[in-house]
Design a protein around this ligand. Structure first.
Ligand SMILES: Cc1cc2nc3c(=O)[nH]c(=O)nc-3n(C[C@H](O)[C@H](O)[C@H](O)COP(=O)(O)OP(=O)(O)OC[C@H]3O[C@@H](n4cnc5c(N)ncnc54)[C@H](O)[C@@H]3O)c2cc1C
Length: 341
């Protein structure tokens, strides 16, 4: 079956969802496709089952900031509804000579039910008149076709086709480039090729027990590790203790093709040396490879457009969750104007 919409969005990351929400509010028909089982992309939450109990763990983005006005004005409402809460004002740093605390900075927000709640909020809508955005999950897009009458058609892995008068690609730049390459003007191709990322191996450890620690998140200067977080401190019921570890960009790059089991064992070994034997006493543990974790070289503008084909995400404008949302909002603004009769 072929579904047609005004705007077809590939990628239900925060940028795609933010764009979809504003486009729908402007009266345009939207359809969102994502290859995963859920929404929110790298603002990801893993649900682990432990003795019949669900343990939620943020294995992608750890927290978010709200420095820009468009996001900041949403925070009181999100807090009131229990979707978001302030977690910290900054984090101490662990160096070779010990942990150094740092003066308070600005609020770092988390979602008590897991970071992917943020994506679900944009999917479902923030205002009473909002209706859920049409979404297809487990929908891997493998090809694009341009047609003069229909705008863009995308082909799914199973051969089905979806079309839109405009197409938004919300995914890391290298993945967008691979999909759209043959249709691109040289300057657009060059802009996509210029974007750079660092990878990240993330490890999640559900622990038997936890010694007293006076931090909830810790930045780390170390060859293997870059970040540690007590993930359970974000939850309404902080049980069982969960430690999230991120490997450094350099280590992740060098060990990108390890199996998850091997990466997990090396990360645990490094963390045991740093923190103590308790790190290795896990009830369950897993590792996740983020090939495109954080953009280090971004596109200077909040989106990249070739007429009715628009690229957005955290690699456009500013990085991270704030940057992704800003990119989505700017994409919607552009397309609302572009598609005006
Ligand atoms: C380990 C890690 C830690 C991080 N920590 C933080 C942090 O603490 N604070 C912060 O603000 N940010 C953090 N980030 C960054 C933050 O997660 C991202 O900036 C933000 O989530 C990016 O959103 P996005 O919409 O640009 O893209 P994404 O979230 O990458 O969304 C892209 C979507 O496209 C889908 N997709 C890709 N290709 C296809 C295809 N062919 N067909 C269908 N669907 C497709 C994917 O499944 C995905 O859902 C972290 C990221 C990682 C990985």
């Amino acid at each position: 079956m072929e579904h047609s919409s005004d705007v077809l969005i590939v990628g239900a990351g925060l940028a795609g969802l933010a764009a979809g929400r504003d486009l729908a509010r402007a009266g345009l028909s939207v359809r969102i496709l994502d290859k995963s089982r859920g929404v929110s992309g790298r603002a990801a939450t893993r649900w682990l089952e432990l003795n019949g109990k669900i343990v939620r763990v943020d294995h992608g983005a750890q927290y978010f900031t709200a420095k820009n006005d468009q996001l900041r004005i949403l925070i009181p409402d999100l807090v009131k509804h229990g979707i978001v809460r302030e977690w910290a004002q900054g984090f101490p740093i662990l160096r070779h000579n010990g942990i150094k605390s740092r003066t308070a900075g600005h609020p770092r927000y988390v979602c008590p039910d897991g970071m992917s709640t943020l994506g679900k909020v944009f999917l479902q809508g923030l205002e009473s008149q909002d209706t859920p955005l049409p979404l297809e999950t487990k929908a891997l897009v493998v090809g694009l076709h341009k047609s003069d009458e229909a705008g863009w058609k995308v082909e799914l892995e199973d051969g089905q086709v979806r079309s839109g008068r405009a197409l938004v690609l919300n995914m890391p730049a290298p993945q967008a480039l691979e999909l759209a390459n043959e249709w691109l003007k040289p300057e657009v191709r060059i802009a996509l090729q210029a974007v750079r990322y660092t990878p990240c191996w993330a490890a999640v450890l559900v622990l038997e027990h936890l010694p007293y620690l006076d931090w909830v998140g810790l930045e780390i200067e170390h060859p293997v590790l870059a970040w540690a977080a007590l993930d359970h401190t974000k939850r309404a019921v902080p049980d069982p203790p969960v430690l999230v570890l991120h490997a450094s960009a350099a280590w992740s790059q060098r060990h990108l093709e390890l199996s998850p089991a091997e990466a997990l064992s090396q990360i645990i070994e490094a963390a045991q040396e740093l923190f103590g034997e308790w790190v290795g006493q896990c009830r369950t543990a897993m590792a996740h490879r983020w090939r495109y974790a954080l953009p280090t070289q971004t596109h200077p503008w909040p989106f990249l457009a070739q007429d009715n084909l628009v690229f957005c995400g955290d690699w456009c404008g500013g990085p991270r969750i704030e940057g992704a949302l800003e990119s989505g909002w700017a994409t919607a603004e552009y397309l609302i104007e572009y598609l005006k009769p």
